[in-house]
Design a protein around this ligand. Structure first.
Ligand code: UD1
Length: 463
């Protein structure tokens, strides 16, 4: 071993992680090099801190005081406020001060799709992929506002190359390649119940993406704050790759966020039912927060108000507006996000030295969540939106929140746009698609149909 390797070995042994070298003598030179590279990239102090916090501290006996978070209502909003918000948002878009950022580093495990989730076909008639749909919306916005809004794409080491290949093969769906910026999130090791690092093979430790809260650090690492500032960007519209109904860079939302001088804003919808797998927007000990569904006890999920409605009704649809400088504070770690731990089944090398597929959770993964930034923001605001217009995530292979429901929800929305444009849709179940490049929203469709009638509509509606 050379000096650098010796030091790494000493540090790991001092942290009771010497077992990662158990098979050292049987590794090839190449494998040794790669294990050392992996180990040197880990921040061992951080890992030790995480182990200490999560394995040593007993879970808190009771939740801090909770209240429903204050939300700008979707209905009955002051038209003057909405009008001002729209104008402010449109101005920011015109002036090229808004970027969009999609998080796409996840592994689509529940969907059971091995390729990047963004390449999953999702539109009702032409089967465009999620990425194509998002890119076409951005092209439509760039045309409408005469801007060069970039798209930042968070990927993980697992899907970075496949995502890049996909965009290249599809020629970035017509966006200039320099305006589609892929950047990579960090990885963290997983540990067993005793805090020992799990091994993916005899010569590799197991690593998994550090959660979408890693987006800020990843932006700093990729020098995106300098790059965005250089392009005159001040605000970032954030969304998840899995939602085909995302209203990208919605001017009302962006404008409201700016009018309120918020550092982070979020959109919420009324929860479908207590068990729906969405985080809930609350005040936790007086501070805004999203309680993740997996961490929310049943009595909170099911709590009712005096009128028998869900007390915590505001479901997080993972759409945010950020002030760039706030993201930068998080990225440079002037402000910190906590890590959450999740017990997962992690395929790993067992005590016999063979790879085993556990049937029960055997490992602990650590992730940070982007919405924990609400708690450290100077100001955060939440806006309620209509689910059928803005939220239909693709999570599961079948059943709720699946490709089938996303296709139906898009068709349903487009049928309503057609009806509002005066077009009779006889078949209530007709699959309909309106491409963003033809009409980005209902109002644009109404205007086009009023001006041009149905001329060319058949072709463009399906295009
Ligand atoms: C997420 C939210 C939940 C919200 C719901 C709405 C979290 C922890 N929870 O739940 O509050 O109500 O969406 O649909 O996000 N991703 C990365 N890197 C990672 C992990 C995830 O980029 O390390 C991306 C994924 O590609 C995906 C998104 O983050 O686009 C959400 O991840 P997912 O695991 O699907 O979250 P949900 O459990 O559905």
């Amino acid at each position: 071993m050379i000096a650098h390797e010796e030091e790494i070995r000493r540090n790991l042994c001092d942290s009771d992680q010497g077992h990662v070298f158990a098979y050292w003598d049987e590794l090839s030179a190449e494998e040794k090099k790669s294990l050392i590279a992996q180990l040197s990239a880990i921040d061992l102090d951080q890992v030790n801190r995480l182990i200490e916090i999560h394995l040593a501290t007993p879970p808190p006996a009771e939740l801090p005081s909770l209240q429903p978070g204050p939300v700008v209502p979707v209905e009955g909003n002051d038209p003057g406020v909405l009008h001002r918000a729209r104008e402010r948002g449109e101005q920011a878009l015109h002036e090229g001060r808004v970027a969009s950022l999609v998080v796409a580093g996840g592994q689509a495990t529940r969907l059971g799709f091995d390729l990047p989730k963004g390449s999953f076909p999702i539109t009702p008639v032409t089967g465009k992929s999620l990425f194509q749909l998002h890119c076409e919306k951005i092209i439509a916005l760039r045309r409408r506002y005469g801007s060069t809004m970039p798209l930042l794409v968070l990927v993980s080491p697992h899907n970075h190359q496949a995502t890049r290949d996909y965009f290249e093969q599809k020629q970035y769906f017509g966006l200039p390649p320099e305006d589609v910026i892929l950047f990579e999130q960090g990885m963290l090791p997983a540990v067993d119940r005793d805090g020992r690092l799990l091994m993916a093979s005899r010569g590799q430790i197991f690593l998994s993406p550090d959660g979408h809260g890693g987006v800020f650090r990843a932006m700093a690492k990729a020098n995106l704050f300098e790059e965005m500032a250089g392009r005159g960007i001040e605000s970032v519209f954030f969304f998840q790759v899995d939602n085909p109904l995302a209203k990208i860079a919605d001017p009302v939302f962006m404008g409201y966020h700016l009018e309120e001088s918020a550092e982070v804003s979020l959109k919420v919808v009324r929860k479908r039912e207590p068990a729906e797998k969405v985080g809930i927007y609350v005040l936790e000990g007086g501070a805004p927060a999203v309680l993740e569904y997996s961490d929310t006890p049943a009595e909170v999920r099911e709590a009712q108000d005096e009128s028998g409605q869900l007390r915590y009704w505001a479901g997080n649809i993972a759409i945010h507006a950020f002030h760039l400088s706030f993201m930068e504070q998080l990225g440079r770690e002037e402000k910190h996000l906590p890590y959450h731990m999740a017990r997962k089944k992690v395929p790993c090398i067992d005590e016999t030295g063979e790879l085993s597929q556990p049937s029960e959770p055997n490992g602990i993964k650590f992730e940070s969540y982007v919405f924990d930034s609400l708690a450290v923001a100077r100001k955060a605001v939440a806006m309620e939106v209509r689910r059928h217009e803005e939220f239909s995530p693709v999570k599961n292979r079948t059943g709720e929140d699946s490709p089938a429901t996303a296709v139906e929800d898009q068709s349903h929305l487009f049928r309503s746009w057609l009806r509002d444009s005066g077009i009779l849709v006889e078949d209530e179940n007709a699959q309909v698609e309106i491409g963003p490049l033809f009409a980005l929203d209902r109002d644009e469709l109404i205007r086009k149909i009023r001006e041009d009638g149905l001329r060319g509509a058949r072709k463009v509606l399906l295009d």
